[in-house]
Write a protein that binds this ligand. Structure first.
Ligand code: PMP
Length: 457
């Protein structure tokens, strides 16, 4: 079928017919043909270990047969904008999904993407609180709509035009790169090598970052807030983890100013952090609104906002409609994803394999001067690359790219992130194995060794 679409022709079409802002990665972008579990295959049959899960989108494994079957069956039965009528899939799925959330978080709005979910959550917060100001953390990514882009604090995604007003970004409490923090601060099997004077139970870094947050609050209109939105571990920002206790204190401050707390679980949800099903649970907080997408559908475009009846009520004064949100095919897909996570013990696998991965990469950090930090929880992992450990200056983009390309040529696809593009990201399908960890660490070590040899020439 695709014989008339050889690589060169596809590249021409890409240049001439596809939105130029839609970027590809790698010098010679991969022409993918097929996905299976944690593997991707290109059109020439080469196999790659996908450590990035198509940007953290594939949760239970590429092309899981149970999902294919559920979608196929439902597509042949009923698939339209059926939510103005009643149909079973949305109700069954809404019940199953909200059962996984604590307390009163039981009301769900279905969307088609993470941007839509966050946009809706932020609007609901403004309607519920009657306040306008919104706060996010620098390095956070929350979407591509004008409102979510205003809270997305990664410059490369921002078009040079005025976006929404009353949106503030505050200092990211990054205990490796930030001004405060170090070896005692975060919740990970691997701590940073940067020493700090914090002790368990009293984290100076956390106190300093909370003070910064208070300052940002004081710049809001009437010192009141509609919402604070944050990822439990930053994704695009490079698996940045905050000091323990930071989110808990900030949530209290937000509520004191009349605001709602939104947890953006687009990357961290569905068991990826291993110890818990939702990333916010690792911070011992309960948000007012939780947003999710990506892994919710294992590659199928869908998202959701979950909140309480109390918050949902004032918003119900307005008509809210989303043509495809919660369509029956999406709902059976989402439902199958939840079953698979449970049946195949994938949350536990994230914890076990994620810890193995972190420890293996921490060994490489200790061996190579340019590996500055290894961090994360479960299969939400970042490897921050530096010029040297002392300065913590980001490894230049050209050097990052050489290592990245080399890993790809050896069959392993890493993600990249961080505000300087200085962090390799490991967020694979949740079904990866110990053998994959060994393979990935081996490939990374070879790429680093070759890089060091190149730099010494
Ligand atoms: N929130 C987070 C944490 C994300 O990583 C992303 C996507 N990178 C989004 C929201 C937006 O999701 P989408 O691309 O589905 O609109």
């Amino acid at each position: 079928k695709y014989e008339s679409y050889p690589y060169e022709h596809i590249q021409e079409l890409r240049k001439e017919r596809i939105a130029p802002s839609l970027y590809t990665i790698y010098k010679k972008p991969l022409l993918l043909h097929q996905g299976h579990k944690q593997w991707l295959f290109d059109s020439e049959g080469r196999r790659y270990l996908d450590l990035f899960a198509g940007i953290v989108t594939v949760s239970v494994g590429h092309c899981h047969p149970k999902i294919t079957e559920a979608a196929h069956k439902q597509f042949g039965l009923l698939c339209h904008t059926s939510n103005i009528f009643l149909n079973p899939p949305i109700h069954e799925y809404a019940e199953k999904l909200t059962n996984l959330l604590p307390g009163k978080l039981k009301v769900v709005y279905f969307t088609n993407s993470g941007s839509e979910a966050n946009d809706l959550a932020l609007q609901m917060a403004r309607v519920y609180t009657g306040n306008c100001d919104l706060i996010s953390l620098r390095g956070g990514y929350h979407g591509a709509s004008p409102l979510t882009l205003s809270l997305t604090a990664v410059a490369s995604y921002k078009p040079g035009i005025t976006l929404s007003t009353n949106c503030h970004t505050t200092m990211c409490p990054d205990v490796f790169r930030g001004v405060w923090g170090g070896s005692h601060c975060r919740d990970s099997p691997v701590q940073t090598i940067r020493k700090c004077s914090c002790s368990p139970g009293s984290c100076e870094a956390k106190d300093q970052y909370v003070d910064q947050f208070k300052e940002t609050l004081s710049t809001c209109v009437g010192q009141r807030l509609a919402a604070f939105i944050a990822e439990p571990i930053q994704g695009v920002g490079g698996a940045v983890q905050y000091p323990k206790g930071f989110l808990k204190e900030v949530y209290e401050l937000v509520r004191e100013r009349g605001g709602l707390c939104i947890a953006d679980e687009v990357q961290t949800g569905f068991g990826r952090t291993g110890s818990h099903f939702w990333g916010f649970q690792t911070h011992d907080v309960v948000p007012d609104i939780v947003t999710m997408a990506k892994g919710i559908g294992n590659g199928f475009p869908m998202g959701a906002v979950i909140t309480t009846q109390e918050i949902a009520k004032p918003f119900a004064k307005f008509l809210h409609f989303n043509t495809f949100g919660g369509n029956p095919v999406a709902c059976v897909v989402g439902s199958a994803v939840l079953d698979i996570i449970e049946e195949e013990g994938l949350q536990k696998n994230c914890e076990v394999i994620g810890t193995q991965m972190l420890l293996e990469f921490a060994k490489l950090r200790d061996m190579f001067e340019i590996v500055g930090d290894v961090r994360g929880k479960g299969l939400m992992i970042g490897i921050e690359m530096v010029k040297d450990k002392e300065s913590r200056k980001p490894l230049p983009a050209e050097e990052m790219n050489l290592i990245w390309e080399d890993c790809k040529d050896m069959g392993v696809l890493f993600g990249k992130g961080g505000i300087y593009g200085q962090t390799f990201r490991i967020k694979p399908p949740m079904c990866i194995t110990t053998e994959d960890v060994t393979f990935a660490a081996d490939v990374f070590q070879r790429a680093l060794t070759r890089h060091m040899e190149r730099s010494q020439k």
